[in-house]
Design a protein around this ligand. Sequence first.
Ligand code: B12
Ligand code: SF4
Length: 514
Amino acid sequence: MASILLINPSYEPSYGGSRASIVNPIMPTLGLATIAAVAIERGHKVEILDLSWRPYNPAMVFERLKKTKPDIVGLTGTTPLMNQVRDISVIVKDVSKDILLIAGGAHPSALPEETLRESLIDIICVGEADYSFSDLCDGAHPSAVNGIYYRDGENVLSTDLRLPINNLDDLPLPAWELYNPEDYRKISRLLCKAPPLTMAEFSRGCVFTCDFCASKITLAKGYRKKSPKRCAEEVTKMKTLGFNEFMLADDIFTSNQNWAVEVCEEILKKDLKMAWSCTNGIRVESADDNLFNAMHKAGCYRVSFGFESGNDKVLEMFGKGGRANIEQGKSAVIKARKAGLDTSGFFLLGLSPDTEDTMKDTINYARALPLDMIKFGITIAFPGTKMFNDYVRNHLIRSYNWDDYFIYTDEPLFAHKNLTYKTIKKYTELAYRRAILTNPGFILRRIIRGIRTNEFFWDVFYGIKFFFMPSVTEKVDSNYHSADRWPQHDFETFPPKPAKYQTVRKQKTTVKAA
Ligand code: B12
Ligand code: SF4
């Protein structure tokens, strides 16, 4: 039996201390709860150190490592958290060179070789790691496990790609019990109405290919669903542990409407009064009156739509169009409102085909839609996306410092083919002004909604906070333990290799181990 400590880095540099904190996502990390569950099932002892809701404090990480004395440490990270992951890798090896250091999640999966070269991590699990991580904990040599990158002296070796898990019901229920619900009460009330909230998944994967999206690097291209009964069982577990709300991580929960309705019916049968939301964004063409009514009855109170652009040609060019278009977007919002669901919309500026004119279309579209919440972002070419790979190939990436990969960054991270970074930023500010601050329709809807849901107080609270807090570009710097000892990788001389993702194939049996 191995003693395992899983660590999630601090979100303070991404969200703390600035206006971004008004949407502070303080919630348990599902990826860690998922790999932990399999390890526990196999008899290992697992603890999670979740730094997400506290400032990054190297001394505290040292102390916890000394107290827990783990045999294995597992690190997870999206791109903006990677420098912390590198720093923690040095801390772990300072505590003991004998600790086996394994990493996984979005960024290590997108750039496995580069991540090993930039850190003291021993092994990377690429993509879904529910079983590969536990195989390593059981003592398997990395060369015998699929989906692995590992060190061999100065070299980095890799094994075959790993097949995605066919039957998700085979997985044990996520180990949310490793998180204390009380730690998650401070989540932004713009994200959650009944804290504490946890993250859950009923399905994995997506069949579309938007060029700015990295989701297939971890969860494969294709779509797999848990059974409706299993989904309801997960909701029961969350509720029993003390969580009052959950947020779905699913990329395309509503794409199979019959199944999604059955999931809602099973949840309703349990009568748990659990609030939930589809905050990751659902596709507009999957909007359906019957499904939205079933979701509302089952406790769902908000759906978010990934509109991205207000121009059909742009939608088509970056890979979303064909099925999704702006007319469907309008009718999706109307259907959701009719079913009593809050609606929120995500828009991106500086998409790969964008011009000033198409960004104006996006702003006008967002202003005209009857949404309760609107979020604009600058399109960042994150590792693991087609956009990143294209920009690398064309020498357009301007920074490989992961601290700059922050959604509100001031740094020009890449050179856009039609637009300067300054222009994209200017339009992002204009977007907030036109679609939110000076949009009487939006303000009125927000006031009516606030009164109807008794959440008016929170709107005023966050409005004041937004007004007085430093701009989101004033990032909180991390207090790194040993930036001078991080191994360096020369990205100019050795550009990242395009990341490959797995495609789900029909399999006869579930693949449990390599
Ligand atoms: C929930 C979520 C969040 C949450 C929690 C993040 C988290 N650490 O899980 C929050 C709101 C904090 C978040 C923030 C951001 N996110 Co986000 N997020 C997601 C989302 C929608 C679901 C993640 C999830 O729970 N999936 C289900 C679980 C089971 O899968 P998983 O996490 O991938 O875990 C599996 C494997 O990756 C692996 N694994 C994971 N961790 C570990 C650790 C070890 C040791 C091992 C061995 C394996 C392993 O095993 C797990 C089981 O198979 C994904 C999209 C997606 N569909 O995955 C985007 C995604 C991860 N996010 C993304 C991005 C871009 C961001 C932001 C940068 C956006 C922004 N606003 O700036 C921020 C980053 C800020 C920050 N501080 O991290 C990108 C990642 C791109 C990249 N290169 O990093 C994704 C893929 C979205 C996308 N469409 O491109 N996000
Ligand atoms: S943005 Fe959404 S629809 Fe597009 S590929 Fe990613 S998960 Fe799929």
